[in-house]
Ligand binder design. Structure first.
Ligand code: FES
Length: 354
C-alpha cells in the first residue's frame, strides 16, 4: 500500500471548479439528504471531482468539494486519503489496479505483476507516454475469475501472460478491447464440462409443487410399518384419573381417641373423651406417594461439598490424651496447661538463670 498523501506542489493545479453538469450532479446528490446533512454526499461528489480532474484529486478539487458540502477541508481530506479508490497523484489514461490477494496469487497473479513491472516500471508511476500507470490493490471481488485487473472502470479476468500482453497492446494502440473474462468463458461458469446441477428435474419444472406433495403424503395416516405399530399401541380410551389424585386426604390418624371412639371404644381419660367428641381433632394426612417398583434415580455425583473431619479415617487412640472433665490438674495423667513444655529454671544467688 502506497503512502496516502497529496501530490507534490509542483504538479498541483492552481484552481478547480466544477463544470455546470458536474455542479448539477453534486446538487442532485446533496438533495438526497436532509438540510444540514450535505456531508453524506461526499463520496459521490469526490468521485465526480476525480473524474473531472483526470482520474486523481488535486488539493484544489478537495477544497472545492469541502465548500460545496459545507465541510471543513480537513474532513474531506480525511475521506480522500482514507479510500484507495481516490487517487491523490496523477494516473495514466489507463489506470490499472492489479489484484495481489491470495486467490489471484494462487492463480498466477505473480506473472501478471511481472508484465506490469517490465512494461511500466514501479507502481504509482505514469508511463512515459502518459497512457499507463498501475497500483497493487487488495481483492476486487472477482476471485472466481482470478487472476484479474481493473482498468479504469472495467474488470479484465482469467488473465495469462499472453492475453494480458495482448490486452495492453490493444489499449496502447487504441484498439477495442473486451472487458470480462479473457479466456473465452462468458462469466464464472466451469472451464470444462459441467459436472454439477445436471438433473433435468431441476430445470424442467417437474419439481414445482413437489414439497406440497411430500407434505400431503406425510400427513396421511400410516397403515403399515413401524409408525402403524406405534399408532396401534396408543390406547383408544382415556383412563380417568383417581378422584383423590393430587389432593389432601382427610382420614383418621391411627390410634387416636377420635378413631377409637368411632370404633365404639369409650376413652377412659376425660381429656381423651373430650378430644374424641371433637371432630376437628381428626388429623389431615397428605397423600402418600404411591410406591413404585423403580427406585428413585440416584446420581453417583454429589453436588454438595462435605468437608471431611480432621480425624476421619484415622485410628482412634485408646488412651485419652486429655484429662476427663472435672479432673483436678494435679491428678491429671498429663498436664496440658503449657507448663509441661517449659524447662525447669533455677536462679542462682547471682540472679543468673541456669
Ligand atoms: S483475490 Fe483477486 S479478485 Fe479476489
Amino acid at each position: 500500500m502506497a503512502v496516502r498523501k497529496l501530490a507534490p506542489k509542483e504538479i498541483q493545479p492552481k484552481s478547480f471548479a466544477f463544470t455546470p453538469e458536474n455542479e448539477a450532479f453534486a446538487d442532485q446528490q446533496i438533495a438526497k439528504y436532509p438540510p444540514g446533512r450535505e456531508a453524506s454526499a461526499i463520496i459521490a461528489v469526490l468521485g465526480k471531482a476525480q473524474d473531472q480532474a483526470g482520474g486523481w484529486l488535486p488539493r484544489k478539487a478537495i477544497e472545492t468539494v469541502a465548500a460545496k458540502l459545507n465541510m471543513a477541508p480537513i474532513r474531506v481530506m480525511e475521506v480522500a486519503t482514507f479510500y484507495t479508490m481516490f487517487n491523490l497523484e496523477p494516473v495514466g489514461k489507463y489506470f490499472i489496479q492489479f489484484c495481489g490477494t491470495t486467490p489471484c496469487m494462487l492463480r498466477g497473479a505473480g506473472d501478471i505483476k511481472k508484465v506490469l513491472e517490465s512494461r511500466f516500471g514501479e507502481q504509482n508511476h505514469v508511463s512515459a507516454d502518459g497512457l499507463f500507470s498501475w497500483l497493487e490493490v487488495e481483492c476486487l471481488g472477482a476471485c472466481c475469475n482470478a487472476p484479474m485487473v481493473q482498468i479504469n472502470d472495467d474488470y479484465y479476468e482469467d488473465l495469462t501472460t499472453e492475453n494480458f500482453e495482448k490486452l495492453l497492446d490493444d489499449l496502447a494502440a487504441d484498439r477495442p478491447v473486451k472487458p470480462g473474462p479473457q479466456s473465452g468463458r462468458r462469466s464464472s461458469e466451469p472451464f470444462e464440462a459441467v459436472s454439477t446441477l445436471q438433473d433435468p428435474s431441476l430445470f424442467d419444472g417437474s419439481m414445482i409443487g413437489a414439497w406440497r406433495k411430500r407434505f400431503e403424503e406425510q400427513a396421511k395416516p400410516a397403515e403399515t410399518g413401524e409408525v402403524a405399530a406405534e399408532m396401534a399401541s396408543i390406547p383408544k380410551e382415556v383412563k380417568a384419573s383417581k378422584p383423590t389424585a393430587g389432593r389432601a386426604i382427610e382420614s383418621d390418624a391411627a390410634d387416636t381417641p377420635a378413631k377409637r371412639a368411632k370404633e365404639g371404644e369409650t376413652p377412659i381419660n376425660p381429656v381423651d373423651r373430650k378430644e374424641a367428641s371433637d371432630p376437628s381433632t381428626a388429623t389431615k394426612i397428605e397423600p402418600r406417594q404411591e410406591a413404585t417398583d423403580k427406585p428413585a434415580p440416584q446420581s453417583s455425583k454429589s453436588y454438595v461439598a462435605t468437608p471431611s473431619k480432621p480425624g476421619e479415617g484415622k485410628p482412634v487412640p485408646t488412651s485419652p490424651t486429655t484429662p476427663e472433665a472435672g479432673t483436678p490438674p494435679a491428678q491429671a495423667e498429663t498436664r496440658r496447661d503449657g507448663s509441661e513444655s517449659k524447662p525447669d529454671v533455677v536462679i542462682d544467688k547471682d540472679n543468673t538463670p541456669s
